[in-house]
Design a protein around this ligand. Structure first.
Ligand SMILES: Cc1ncc(COP(=O)(O)O)c(C=O)c1O
Length: 424
């Protein structure tokens, strides 16, 4: 070996890597995802042949670490979200809960502060407030099963910092009065849109009305291929704060290690970044959003428009029939006994339906049951939520129902109701 140091003009001891560079995530990982999605053995063979021949380059990497000439899938997903949700700023994160946690930090929720959440929804909303040390205060709901704006103002105290209208089960909350009250009291509005990406209120996407919108982008929700979430806003300072909370490594900053550009820019946070793999799936999912929502709306309207009215049945109220998604038909029979009879008879007709009933076990969609939040304290009393949530029949409507399916389902519902109820 030539002993002259390379720095003094000698040859390099390690001029090049001779091993063949393989992407960290490559053929086998890709095929394992395809397998999980249930492609046939023949399709798998063809996929393997296609991807083995192709040049995979160095594979997906964390675009946010190093930047790249081409936007990463995460950046593409966020750009699409800005377009679809009608906002200036969007950041993909690893869960809806993570998005809510970041939002709570950004609005200054913390010890000694209060955040108002609806009494029905999901525990993740109020839990995010509790996680930062704030106290969740529950506002009762109305017949839309969303936060009742007429009950909101009485709950506001000097400690309140935010209200979190939640659009759940694809139905939108009546945002206009909620936002008007929040503005009057200088509260921030965080819309929890985990169950309603693609829904709109007065013609504008949910999530773009308040100060912040938080979404869950998981396979269990309207769109999403795994676990994921997103926060959106039009306010750059709130966006910075949420990004700092959700990505404390500072990768979001133009110069990661630069000193604070304004007081309060930097503070301890965590890491809720969405991976490139998840983002790649979600770019495709996001492109399907309008079609998914439109199919749900068509099915819901075709079923609902055929339903007859009965004295013993009240339909879930809609705050914006054009804006709801409508993947769940929900209504309130006048008592437990009738509700159980209806759900059982509908199941016998072949229509998937459920009824909770007052004696049902705990459910973390109802504040009364969210005991991890209360520990030794009694939960707040929200009587309308407790009554309506348990007294509701729910029928999931598949976006892929054909017009004939919709007619048959509406026929089955009318048939069962006619047998047990009095025409209105
Ligand atoms: C209303 C609501 N908020 C927040 C979340 C949390 O979302 P994720 O499961 O993505 O953390 C959910 C999930 O079920 C939800 O329904």
């Amino acid at each position: 070996m030539n002993k002259t140091l390379a720095i003094e003009g000698g040859p390099k001891a390690f001029p090049n890597m001779t091993g063949k560079n393989q992407p960290k995530v490559g053929v086998e990982e890709f095929l394992s995802i395809a397998e999980r999605f249930g492609f046939s053995a023949d399709a798998m063979k063809r996929l393997r042949a296609a991807v083995t021949d192709a040049d995979l380059g160095t594979g997906p990497h964390l675009g946010r670490y190093y930047g790249s000439a081409k936007p990463s899938r995460g950046e593409q997903f966020e750009a699409l979200a800005c377009e679809k949700f009608g906002v200036k700023f969007a950041q993909a994160v690893s869960s809806g809960t993570g998005a809510l946690h970041a939002a709570m930090i950004a609005v200054g929720a913390g010890p000694g502060k209060e955040v108002i959440c609806p009494a029905t929804g999901f525990i993740a909303t109020s839990m995010a407030a509790a996680l930062v040390g704030a106290t969740p205060i529950f506002c009762d709901v109305d017949e839309s099963l969303q936060l009742d704006p007429t009950k909101l103002e009485a709950l506001i105290t000097p400690r309140t910092v935010a209200v979190v209208p939640t659009h759940h089960w694809g139905v939108v909350c009546d945002l206009a009065p909620v936002i008007a009250i929040a503005r009057k009291h200088k509260l921030k509005v965080i819309e929890d849109c985990a169950q309603a990406p693609g829904a709109s209120y007065k013609g504008k996407p949910v999530g773009s009305h308040g100060d912040i919108g938080c979404y869950s982008i998981s396979s269990y929700k309207i769109i999403g291929g795994g676990e994921g979430g997103m926060f959106v806003t039009n306010d750059e300072r709130l966006f910075d704060a949420m990004r700092q909370a959700a990505e404390a490594g500072g990768l979001w900053r133009p110069n990661r290690f630069a000193p604070e550009r304004y007081p309060g820019e930097l503070f301890p946070g965590t890491n809720y970044r969405m991976s490139e793999l998840e983002s790649a799936i979600n770019v495709i999912q996001m492109q399907k959003l309008e079609h998914v929502v439109s199919r749900h709306r068509t099915v819901f309207r075709q079923v609902k428009s055929q339903l007859q009215n009965f004295r013993e049945i009240r339909w879930q109220k809609s705050n914006d029939p054009a804006g709801d998604i409508g993947y769940l038909l929900r209504y309130f029979p006048q008592n437990d006994e009738l509700g159980k009879k209806i759900a059982t008879a509908l199941q016998a007709e072949g229509v998937g339906s459920y009824f909770r009933g007052a004696a049902a076990g705990p459910d973390w969609h109802l504040n009364r049951d969210m005991y991890p939040l209360f520990r030794d304290n009694a939960p707040q009393n929200c009587p309308v939520a407790a009554d309506l949530y348990n007294r509701s029949v729910g029928i999931s409507l598949d976006q892929w129902y054909s017009p004939a399916d919709c007619d048959a389902i509406a026929g089955a519902i009318n048939k069962v109701h006619s047998a047990y109820c009095t025409p209105a």
